[in-house]
Structures are given as C-alpha cells and as structure tokens.
Write a protein that binds this ligand. Structure first.
Ligand code: G6P
Length: 481
C-alpha cells in the first residue's frame, strides 16, 4: 500500500522486532493468531483504535506463513484493526540478526552478561552475523521508507533496530525519526568491548534519529558518554552533536497500567489461581518473583539469597514460601536453556534441604500463565526484583499496584525502576547474597503500617507514566522538533 493511500504528515509508524501479533500453524495448515500485550501495544492505542502502522518481523514459521499469505498488511481481524506489516525476512538472516547479534551481543553488552575471560569472541562467525544484522535493519528501513507519508513520525524500537534511524534518514530525510531503547545502555568501558567499527555504526545508527529516548536518565547519559568516547561527539547535557547533526536525548520512564492491571487481576480466572496458590502456601508469608527466565533477571542469585535467609534466620523456616515464576525465554540460545535448568536445579536443592511438615520452601512454576502471575502479585507480602541490570523492570511497578495487603519491595539498585522507586523499596546490590538475604528479612519483618505507607508511594511512582501517556509524550516531543 502506498503512502498516499495510508496517510499524511500526521501519520505515525512504529517499528519493532516483535509485533503485536504472532501466528501458529495448526496440523491442517490453518493459522491461529495470538495478540500480545505490553507497553507499546497499549501506548499506540492512545492514538485511537487502529491508528498508526506497525512494521515488525516475522519471528517463526507461523508468522512467515501469515506474512506470505497476507502480503503488505496482515488481516485486520487478527490484529484488532491495527495496520501491521510483517516482514518476511529470510529465516537464516533473521536468526543471525536476532539470536546472533541482538540477543547474544548487544543485549549482553548492555546487561553486562559476558564472562569476559572466554567471551565475547569477535571472529568470522560474528562478521557473518553482523552482515545479517545490517541486512535485517535495511529491510526495516526499506519498508518504513515505502510506508511513510511525507513528514510522518517514525518510532523505532530497541537494540534490534539500532541501524534503522540512520538508514531511514538516508532514504527519507523528510521523516521525523525517534528511537527508543528499552534496555540499559552500557558505560563506555564496557561498550568498547564491541569491535570499533561496530561500536561506531550502532551509535551513528541511533544518532540518525532526531530524538533518541531511554527509560532513565542514567541510560541516556551512558549513551551520551559512549558517543563522546567512541565518536568524539560533542555532548551538551542531553544533546549530542556529531558531524553537524544534533540528536536530542529524551527520558520516558514507562510505568504500569493501573486500570488495566486492577481490572484484569479481579477476574474469576485470577481468583481461581489465587485460591489454588493459597491452598498450597497456607497462611505463610510469601516472597514473590515473576520473570522471564532471562540471564539478566538474576533468578539464581535470588534463590541463593532465599537459602541464605533460611540458613541465617531459622525463624523463617516453615513461615515463608518463595513463590517463583520463571517463564522460558529465548530458548534458541543454549546459555538460556542452561540457565533455565540451573534455576530448577537450585530450587530443587533448596526444597530437598529444607522442606518439612507439609512446607515446600520454593514453589517454582515455569509455564507462562498471566492470570497466575497476577494471583501471585495479589498475595505478595514481599516482591523480589533483583536483576543484574534492567532497562526498567515492570514487575517492580506492577506488584505494588495489585498486591492486596501491600508488599515490601526488594529491588536491585541496577534496575531502571530504582530511579523512581528507590526511596520506598529496599535497594540491594544484586551480586551480594548476604545483603539480599538481609533485605528479604527486613522486608518480611516490616510492620504492616510502614508497608502500607510505602506501598502507597510505590504505587504512585509506578503509575506516574502509564503506557498511553508514555507513548504520546514521545510523539509530542518528536513532532515539536
Ligand atoms: C524485554 C526487553 C525489551 C526487548 C524484549 C525482547 O521486554 O525489555 O528491551 O525488546 O525483551 O524480548 P524478545 O522475547 O522479543 O526477545
């Protein structure tokens, strides 16, 4: 569909690797669509039902088949009316760009996940994958250039698409382009692990945007520091100038969607799961965590800290249950599969060591179930959110909103959420097991009135910037330029 047919200067395009819908192929060859949620989906809904055009990649065989059958636009019946163009990028190229570069290199650099004595190794395999990442970014830039009406606003998302703003500017200098990083940004010493030309290319790609936005000021400043250190760019506060072009940095701390969460958490399917969990846990206190099984989430050290709590503070034995939901993620990568196995192994070890008289110390669930997650939020006395590093961490923002009795939040100081919630959370160094165990003890011991007061303030901070406002703010700032 041409730009003239779809829009005008008010047109808004969103580009992200993962789109708002995914497809599975059934045995008989038919396709079933599943719509996803998240900040971007509800953010974009602020423009009104079906407004804006979303460009995303086909992630698996079902998506690929749907993209082929649909052509330029997915069936609106599958997308709730949202105009979605799903790019059928060759599977080999996609895999190298997504698993090889985005998830195994850029994600690792920004979350400090490398065990540096042996990794990273930037050799021929990396060079091939990098070429695929360039091709994948170019496919997005081509599609956006084709879709966009003159002067349209384009909001490009995340590390998968870091080259898109620069590539799009070459193709369509008339567009207003924003880039948003949902991750942390590495400090220069670590960012410079990347081969120099790649480090430059990523920064120059993002600087192709008129605005580059981040979840916290800390990540925006780290990006500016990298621009200065790697490119010799001129940095003035949150403005970066390089080779005559200026990019403004913005900070938009995505918050929880309180109305949605409260309504969803009060439905019968959540009540049912809450009753089942309560039956399992009894009247014991709960330490709740809900994560994708993601290396940066630090689930294993969280379990070590819980074991330390039971060891050092025996008064909690039989009195507390760690409700840990760890949902499989990025299972194409061996290191994620190993980590997933390690989470179960350590949980089993704790249960073998401490279980007694009908008490299971760790209740671990690995099958993704959003209703059960909300049930756990409702019953949380303590929420444990201890990532090594995290762009924001929405679980930290969601639990206080939904918890029935108010919850104490043990929060990593390396999560973006700490910038907004640090005063009322119990902040921890995510590597320090003893300190995390001690924070869990303090959280469990917190008097009810203090817990209630803190939860009220945590909730206010968590909901200050709901997804729709978060999205509209970015658009307004971009259009004002
Ligand atoms: C999290 C991160 C985002 C990232 C997404 C990708 O939500 O906060 O920065 O884009 O994961 O996850 P995926 O499952 O698509 O690899």
């Amino acid at each position: 569909m041409s730009a003239e047919a779809t829009g005008h200067a008010d047109q808004v395009l969103v580009a992200s690797n993962r789109g708002p819908v995914s497809y599975a192929v059934a045995g008989d060859g038919s396709l079933t669509a599943k719509r996803g949620g998240g900040g971007l989906v509800s953010g974009l809904s602020a423009l009104g039902a079906g407004a804006g055009t979303w460009v995303c990649a086909a992630l698996g065989d079902g998506d690929r088949e749907a993209a082929r059958r649909a052509g330029a636009r997915l069936d609106p019946a599958d997308t709730g009316g949202q105009a979605v163009r799903m790019l059928d990028i060759p599977a080999v190229t996609f895999d190298a760009a997504y698993n090889g570069i985005a998830n195994s290199v850029l994600w690792f650099v920004h979350h400090l996940l490398y065990q540096t004595p042996l990794e990273p190794v930037f050799d021929t395999r990396f060079e091939e994958q990098w070429a695929a990442y360039e091709a994948y970014n170019a496919a997005f830039a081509d599609a956006l250039a084709e879709e966009a009406a003159p002067g349209a606003a384009v909001l490009v998302q995340d590390y998968h698409l870091s080259l898109v703003p620069g590539l799009l500017r070459e193709r369509r200098p008339d567009l207003r382009v924003g880039h948003f990083s949902h991750t942390p940004w590495a400090p220069p010493e670590l960012y410079r692990l990347l081969p120099d030309p790649v480090a430059r290319q990523v920064l120059l790609g993002i600087l192709g945007a008129d605005r580059a936005a981040f979840l916290t000021e800390r990540w925006a400043r780290a990006f500016a520091d990298c621009c200065a250190a790697v490119l010799g760019a001129e940095v003035d506060g949150l403005t970066v100038t390089h080779e005559g072009r200026t990019t403004r940095l913005g900070v938009h701390g995505l918050g929880a969607d309180a109305d949605f969460l409260r309504e969803r958490a009060s439905r019968p399917d959540v009540d049912e799961r809450l009753a089942a969990l309560r039956a399992q846990v009894g009247d014991r206190k709960t330490i709740v965590r809900v994560d994708r099984t993601e290396l940066s989430k630090n689930i294993v050290r969280g379990l070590h800290a819980y074991r330390r709590l039971l060891t050092d503070r025996p008064q909690w034995r039989g009195k507390v249950t760690h409700v840990a939901f760890a949902y499989p993620s990025r299972q194409d990568l061996a290191v994620y599969r190993d980590y997933t196995a390690e989470v179960s192994r350590v949980a089993d070890e704790i249960n073998a060591a401490f279980a007694a008289d009908g008490w299971t110390p760790v209740v671990l669930h690995v099958k993704d179930d959003f209703a059960r997650s909300l049930a756990a939020y409702r019953m949380a006395d303590v929420a444990l959110v201890n990532p090594i590093r995290d762009g924001m961490n929405l679980v930290a923002k969601e639990v206080p909103v939904v918890s029935e009795q108010g919850c104490a939040l043990v929060l990593s100081r390396e999560a973006g959420a700490a910038a907004e919630m640090g005063e009322d959370a119990l902040l921890v160094n995510p590597y320090d097991i003893a300190a995390t165990a001690e924070a869990l003890h303090r959280a469990l011991s917190m008097p009810a009135d203090e817990r209630a007061r803190r939860t009220k303030r945590l909730t206010a901070a968590a909901t200050a910037l709901p997804p729709q406002t978060w999205f509209l703010d970015q658009l307004t700032a971009l259009r004002a330029m």
